[in-house]
Design a protein around this ligand. Sequence first.
Ligand code: MN3
Length: 214
Amino acid sequence: MIELPALPYDYDAFEPTISEETMRLHHDKHHATYVEKTNALAAKAGLGVEPLEDIIKAAKAKDDKPLFDNAAQAWNHAFFWASMTPDQAKPQGDLAAAIDAAFGDLAGLKTKFVDEGKGHFGSGWVWLAKVGGDLKVLSTHDAEDLVTEAGKTPLLVCDLWEHAYYLDHQNDRAGFLGKWFDQLANWAFAAEQFAATAKSDTLFKYGAPQPDYA
Ligand code: MN3
């Protein structure tokens, strides 16, 4: 059984970029439903005692699309909550140097991130990831994540599904992404993930306690 993780901040922490109403719907309804369905479908598939990461990989290997979609969405949302913070700080140290090397500067990364998310057709996710030795911006469709992608370590993700921004920004996905990047992105979390790639492992594990970055 997996559980719905509590948010590490208040529901209104990201007003007005993300309203309290959106956060309550997104966490308490959307994410909660993915968790419930994952548990039901995993039990049917003879899974469920495993960590969520293993359930996602098993579902992919068995081509069990309903289980994969719900399990991956449960994971993606937990990673999304961790990718945001009300305590703003710019990227520091090794991560800042890697961003400058890959994108010129933070503004260059923002342009790439917003353009990738804006150009993504339909629902999905936009990621900053370490791919091999390089930082890349990439997007995935629907529930697809990087858990099943060897050599791709996510550092940050933003949700591109309309339920993430439509109440607050209507169809202005690029406007949402720009504000998200400037105001909400958790660079301390991204730096922890970046450091973890040196150990060939992803620091973030679903359901594991997260460091307090405040
Ligand atoms: Mn969502």
